[in-house]
Every structure is written in structure tokens, then in C-alpha cells.
Design a protein around this ligand. Sequence first.
Ligand code: 9D3
Length: 257
Amino acid sequence: MKFSVVTLFPQMFDAITAYGVTSRAVKRGLLEVSMVNPRDFTEDKHRTVDDRSYGGGPGMVMMVEPMKKAIHQAKTQLTDSNKELTEVAASFKVIYLSPQGAALTQAKAKELAQLSAVVLIAGRYEGLDQRLIDAVVDEEISIGDFVVSGGELPAMVLIDAVARCLPDVLGHNLSAEEDSFSAGLLDHPHYTRPVQHDDGSVPDVLLSGNHEHIRVWRLKQSLGQTWLKRPDLLKEKTLTDEEQRLLAEFQMEWQSN
Ligand code: 9D3
């Protein structure tokens, strides 16, 4: 899968291309991330990339011409290298990271992982001229209801989340399935050596070697922790009979403790 990111700060993307799971995905040829800098498409001495907002106010808007040219360059980078894409338009999208977008979810990350090429537009200042959004953007995506200083961190969050959904990116192919499966619930607690640490010991069931007992304990913990910390997630989920029974058990034990 190929991403071409339009950004004034291409070096920020070292955070995903030089470290961890995403870096390995790039080295293994499963993921490509390239950057296009709108500053390279400016014509004036100061290489200006922002412009004043019609209607006034303090905020600046990203200058139209350099953005338009950079987006065009990002698109042709992706389509020239993969001729089928020009015919199969459904496999290619332009996404604008924006506070006005629909929030990124695990389901959306899975959906985007089906595409073969994506242009990501990371804005700065107050963002893009609306006419450019209307003309070139297929989808607007936010990473949540809080404010960050630009689209770069959101773009990296999106690339990381999507890359994890690509076949072979995670060592164990089950890990991606597990991430998606558990998307509706919080994870269960984890333990490592030693068995006894300060005042706490590892729950006996995890030392038992009984995989069915372990599965049931973990599921019960996931349900219980979700009920305690994220009741909003539980309301969105239909529980199986087993899950209802385990959650009821957790709640009973919680009340008596
Ligand atoms: C007063 C209006 N602000 C909009 C909420 C101004 C503004 C703040 C921050 C405009 C752009 C930005 C930069 N943020 C992003 O580009 C961004 C973002 C975010 O701030 N939060 C969550 N997701 C995203 S995706 C892009």
C-alpha cells in the first residue's frame, strides 16, 4: 500500500518510517510513504505557503496554488507508478485530515487497508480553502475531538492504524485479527515474570496451563474492565450468552468486593 502525504513538515514522518512496526513494513516493501512539500511549489522569494482569510480574523489559510500543485504531484506519484489505478479509481482516495472530519475508527482503518494508494493532506494554520476541499478531497477524517497543531500527527496515526491491518505487517497474522475483534472491548490485564512482585501475584488461572480457563478469564476481564472504564463501548455491542453471563459474574464479584 502506498501513501503520498502533502505536508509542510516531511521530516516529521521519520517517526513512522524510521521506527517500529511501520518502519519494518516499509523495509519489507509492504508499505510505501512518500512526502510532497507544498513549499517546493511556491514562486515568491519567501516561499510563502499561507494567505489571509477572507472575512478577516487572525487565522491564516493554506495558499491555494502551492497546495493544488502539491496535491496534483502526490496523485501522479501514486498513479504513474501503478497504471491500473487510473482505471480502478475505487482503489485510490484523497483524504484530508481535518478537525471537521468523521472520527477515525478501527472499522475505517480496516476499510482503508483495502485501497492500494492514498493521498493524505496534512493541513497547517486554519486549513485548506473550501473550494480545494470540494474539488479534490474524497473524504475528511479526524482523529478525535481534541485539538492538535496540524494534520501531520493525525496522518501518522492513520498510516500506523491502517498499516497494522495490512496482510503480513504484524508478525503474527492473528494479531491484526485480534486487534479488530477486540475493537469493541478493552483488553484484559497482562502479566509477566516474576510470579510474585511487591504485594501482587499473577492470577492462578494464568499459571494453570488450561487454555479454555484462560480464554474465559480474559474475556471476563475484558468485559468487566470495559464496563468499569468505557460503559459507552458496551452499549454499542451485542453480547453473546457467554459474555452476558461472564459480565454478570464480574459485576457480582465487584459489588461484593
Ligand atoms: C478554532 C478552529 N480550530 C478548529 C478546531 C482551528 C484549528 C485548530 C487546529 C484548525 C486546524 C487545526 C489543526 N488540526 C488538524 O489539522 C487536525 C486535527 C485535530 O486538530 N484534531 C483531531 N483530528 C485532526 S485531523 C487534522
